[in-house]
Design a binder for this molecule. Structure first.
Ligand code: PLP
Length: 436
C-alpha cells in the first residue's frame, strides 16, 4: 500500500473526543472520519479507501450500500412509501413477511410466528427472555460463559463480560452461567455438569425457564459449539421442558454458512432472535421467531415505537429474494470460508513462535495467540495503518476477529489476509520482547 493511512486526518475527529461521551467504543480502535462506503470499502473524508474486515460487527453481511437493496430503497422513498408505521399493517411489511415465509421458513420446514420488536438486537433478546419467563412461569435463565446478548437490563444479565456487567449499575440476577462448549478444554463435555445440576435436587440450580445461547459465540471470542453439543443441549432442554433461545443476532443471516447458525446442527430452537444483517443494508430491525404454541403475548404487551422500520422491510425483502431463493449464495460462502480457513492456518504455521490457533465457521473466524494475549490488538492497529479495518473480540480482546462481508470478492479477501500476514510480521518482533 503506498497510500498513507493514519493519522493525517486524525485531527478532524477532535469534536467527537471533545463532546461525545467517554462511552465511545469503536471510534477509539478506528480513529478516522469515515464518509462513504461501497461494498467492502470504507472511504474516509480525505478519500482514502480502507478494506472492511469488520462488516459493522455483523450488520453488513451483504456489504455496504449493496445496489441490490439501494435501488428498491431509493424507489420506495421516492414514491412516498410509509417510513414510520409503528406495527401497523403496511405493504412493505406484508411483502417482507411473505418473502420470509417463502424463502426462509418454508424451505426449512420451520413453523414460527414472527414478533417484530424494537430495532436493536438487545430488544429482541429482552422480548425472548420475557416470553420464556411468562410461558414457563419460571424466572431463572441459563446462559453461558463468554456469551454476549446485549446491554439492556435483561440481556445484560445474560451477558458474561465484566466490562458490560459493571456498567449495569445494579445487581444483575435471575441468570445462572454455565460453561459453554470447549470452556473446560476439548475433553470435557460441559453438558455433563448441566445435566448433573438438573438431576440433583440439592444442586442449587433453580429450574430455568430457558437456556439462551449463540451457536458460535461472537463477541465472546468466536467460539463455535460442536454440533453434537448443540444436539445434546436441544435434547436435554426438550426432555426437561426448558425452552431453548438461540440468539442468532450475530451468527445468523448466512454468517456461518447457512441462513441460521443452528441449521447445520439440525436442531430447531423454540425461540430465535435475529437482527444486525436481517435488514441487509444496515438499517436497524429486529425479529423474534417463536413456536406458535408459545405465543401467549397479550396485544401490545412488548411494545415500542420503532417496531416497524419499513425501510428495513424493503431492503430485507430484496435480500431474501436475491440471495436466498436458491443455494448459490451458500455455496459462495462455503468457497470463501475454505479460502479463509486455509489462509489463516497457513499464517498460523508461518509464525510458530507466536503459537497462533484458528477457530470459526463460515465467514466468522478468530485468530488467537496462545502466547501473547495482546497480539490481536497490535495486529489490528498495524493493519489499520496498512488500510485494513479489523476488530478484536474475547474477554481480553485476545482474538482477532475476521468478519468480512459475505459478498466480499475473493481478491479482496486474499488482499486483506495478506495485510494481516504483513501486520503480524511487523509486530512480531515487538511481541517477542514484551511480556506475554
Ligand atoms: N446478541 C448477540 C449475539 C450480539 O452479537 C449482539 C450484538 O453484538 C446483541 C445480541 C445485541 O445487539 P444490539 O447491539 O443491536 O443491541
Amino acid at each position: 500500500m503506498n497510500k498513507k493511512f493514519l493519522p493525517s486526518n486524525h485531527g478532524s475527529i477532535a469534536i467527537f473526543e471533545r463532546l461525545e461521551s467517554e462511552v465511545r467504543g469503536y471510534v477509539r480502535s478506528f480513529p478516522i472520519l469515515f464518509d462513504r462506503a461501497v461494498g467492502t470499502a470504507l472511504i474516509d473524508a480525505d478519500g482514502r479507501e480502507y478494506l472492511d474486515f469488520f462488516a459493522g460487527a455483523g450488520a453488513l453481511n451483504y456489504g455496504h450500500n449493496n445496489p441490490t437493496f439501494k435501488q428498491p430503497l431509493l424507489a420506495y422513498i421516492e414514491r412516498d412509501g410509509i417510513v414510520h408505521g409503528l406495527d401497523l399493517a403496511t405493504r412493505a411489511k406484508k411483502e417482507f413477511i411473505e418473502a420470509f415465509e417463502r424463502y426462509i421458513l418454508k424451505p426449512r420446514e420451520l413453523n414460527y410466528k414472527l414478533h417484530f420488536t424494537g430495532p436493536t438486537g438487545t430488544n429482541a433478546v429482552e422480548a425472548a427472555l420475557k416470553l420464556a419467563r411468562i410461558v414457563t412461569a419460571r424466572s431463572n435463565i441459563v446462559a453461558f460463559a463468554n456469551s454476549f446478548h446485549g446491554v439492556s437490563a435483561g440481556s445484560l444479565a445474560a451477558t458474561g463480560n465484566k466490562k458490560y456487567r459493571r456498567a449495569g449499575g445494579y445487581p444483575l440476577g435471575n441468570v445462572t452461567f454455565l460453561p459453554y462448549d470447549g470452556y473446560l478444554g476439548p475433553s470435557v463435555d460441559t453438558l455433563d455438569y448441566f445435566e448433573k445440576l438438573l438431576n440433583d435436587p440439592s444442586s442449587g440450580l433453580d429450574k430455568p425457564a430457558a437456556v439462551i445461547l449463540e451457536a458460535v459465540q461472537g463477541e465472546g471470542g468466536i467460539n463455535p459449539a460442536r454440533f453434537e453439543w448443540l444436539q445434546r443441549l436441544r435434547d436435554l432442554t426438550s426432555r426437561r421442558a426448558i425452552l431453548m433461545i438461540l440468539d442468532d443476532i450475530q451468527a445468523g443471516v448466512g454468517r456461518t454458512g447457512k441462513f441460521f447458525s443452528f441449521e447445520a446442527a439440525e436442531i430447531v430452537p423454540d425461540i430465535v432472535t435475529l437482527s444486525k444483517s436481517l435488514s441487509a443494508i444496515g438499517t436497524p430491525m429486529s425479529l423474534v421467531l417463536l413456536k406458535p404454541e408459545l405465543d401467549v403475548w397479550s396485544p401490545g404487551a412488548h411494545s415500542g415505537t420503532f417496531r416497524g422500520n419499513n425501510l428495513a422491510f424493503v431492503t430485507a425483502r430484496a435480500a431474501l429474494e436475491t440471495y436466498w431463493a436458491d443455494s448459490k449464495f451458500e455455496e459462495e460462502i462455503a468457497r470463501k470460508s475454505a479460502i479463509l480457513a486455509e489462509e489463516l492456518k497457513s499464517i498460523a504455521k508461518d509464525f510458530p513462535s507466536l503459537e497462533l490457533s484458528v477457530r470459526g465457521r463460515g465467514l466468522m473466524y478468530g485468530l488467537v495467540s496462545q502466547k501473547h494475549h495482546s497480539l490481536p490488538v497490535h495486529i489490528s492497529r498495524e493493519a489499520l495503518r496498512r488500510g485494513l479495518v479489523i476488530e478484536t473480540c474475547g474477554g481480553h480482546n485476545e482474538v482477532l476477529k475476521f468478519l468480512t462481508a459475505l459478498t466480499i470478492a475473493e481478491a479482496d479477501l486474499r488482499r486483506g489476509l495478506s495485510i494481516v500476514r504483513d501486520s503480524i510480521g511487523a509486530v512480531q518482533d515487538s511481541m517477542e520482547t514484551s511480556p506475554p
